[in-house]
Design a protein around this ligand. Structure first.
Ligand SMILES: NC(=O)c1ccc[n+]([C@@H]2O[C@H](COP(=O)([O-])OP(=O)(O)OC[C@H]3O[C@@H](n4cnc5c(N)ncnc54)[C@H](OP(=O)(O)O)[C@@H]3O)[C@@H](O)[C@H]2O)c1
Length: 285
């Protein structure tokens, strides 16, 4: 579609740190924002004044309050960032004539479907984080015509701490890893999500999509498979039920995303790509 200027919110986040260089390498002019340069708690006018000089044709919006358990303790903040912040950004996108790409989550679903969720399935979040992200979706779809909502799941990448890195680090150290057998999802490597976002951005087919790596697996089996692939002992991985972890937030037990309209690689392929990055970052491993 010949876009040039793209704003990326949450550029210091796990996805943002991959997305910015990915898009720059593809030749786009990218303007990253962080919570220091443009908070989602600012007014729409303030956001517009900051973004207008970039003349963005596209605003990609991964910035979010992402602490799932924290959102149960501070729901007002989660809503202010994920719902109201997204609403204000959608108003700015409208005023500037920019396409908005909102990154959302499998946690908008309740996990009761028992087979992969389609983008057209009805959300029914089971925790505050999921509700705040779903409200963000509604703000986008009600205010704009030129938007993409891209739900992803079980995201991991080489930047920032995340579940996959923690498991590998623990396994290297020979420390016990308790993981749950009763959450089933699709682990998704940030590198593959960057490709999906760029593909959708250039498609012109606005709407709601799922962008997740292909395949479904429990957290426990994911840990075992990752350790096998990395040549690490699996002895320290202990199966538990999610109810044993006493987490503040409920999670959907089954949140596999079907991704019609996108060609997505397997989660195993994504993990191999991640592993190469992980080994490069920590050569001793
Ligand atoms: N991680 C997952 O497993 C997962 C799964 C499904 C969907 N998602 C979605 O994918 C997206 C990216 O996730 P991620 O894991 O890359 O997130 P992340 O690493 O937690 O990064 C989120 C970013 O949001 C920014 N942010 C938070 N509050 C803000 C505020 N008030 N104003 C401006 N920026 C603010 C932070 O900016 P600063 O660093 O500058 O403070 C942070 O860098 C999110 O929308 C998330 O909902 C994630």
């Amino acid at each position: 579609m010949g876009f040039k200027n793209i704003v990326v919110t949450g550029a210091r986040g796990m996805l943002g740190q991959d997305l910015v260089p990915y898009l720059r390498a593809k030749g786009y002019e990218v303007f990253p924002t962080s919570s220091d340069t443009m908070s989602l708690l600012e007014t729409a006018d303030s956001m517009r004044d900051k973004l207008e000089p970039f003349q963005p044709e596209v605003i990609i919006h991964p910035a979010a309050y992402t602490n799932v358990d924290g959102a149960e303790r501070e729901p007002d903040l989660a809503m202010a960032v994920n719902k109201d912040g997204t609403r204000n950004l959608a108003l700015v996108a409208k005023e500037l004539g920019a396409i908005l790409i909102y990154v959302s989550t499998d946690f908008v679903f309740d996990g009761l479907k028992g087979e992969p969720y389609l983008p057209t399935d009805r959300p029914n979040p089971v925790n505050t984080y999921g509700l705040s992200k779903y409200y963000g979706e509604l703000m986008v779809s009600e205010l704009l015509e030129e938007y993409y909502i891209v739900r992803t799941s079980w995201l991991y990448g080489i930047h920032r701490n995340n579940f996959v890195q923690w498991v590998l680090d623990q396994a290297h150290a020979g420390s016990e890893v308790k993981t749950v057998t009763d959450w089933i999802g699709s682990p998704t490597w940030t590198g593959n999500l960057c490709v999906a976002i760029e593909t959708l951005m250039n498609s012109g087919a606005y709407g709601t999509y799922h962008g997740a790596d292909h395949g479904e697996i429990s957290r426990f089996d994911q840990c075992r498979a990752m350790c096998q692939a990395a040549g690490l002992a699996e002895a320290h991985i202990r199966p538990v039920l999610s109810s044993e972890l006493n987490m503040a937030a409920n999670r959907p037990h089954y949140s596999v995303l079907a991704c019609p309209g996108l060609s997505v690689p397997s989660w195993e392929t994504g993990f191999q790509a991640y592993l190469a990055q992980y080994r490069q970052k920590s050569p001793a491993r």
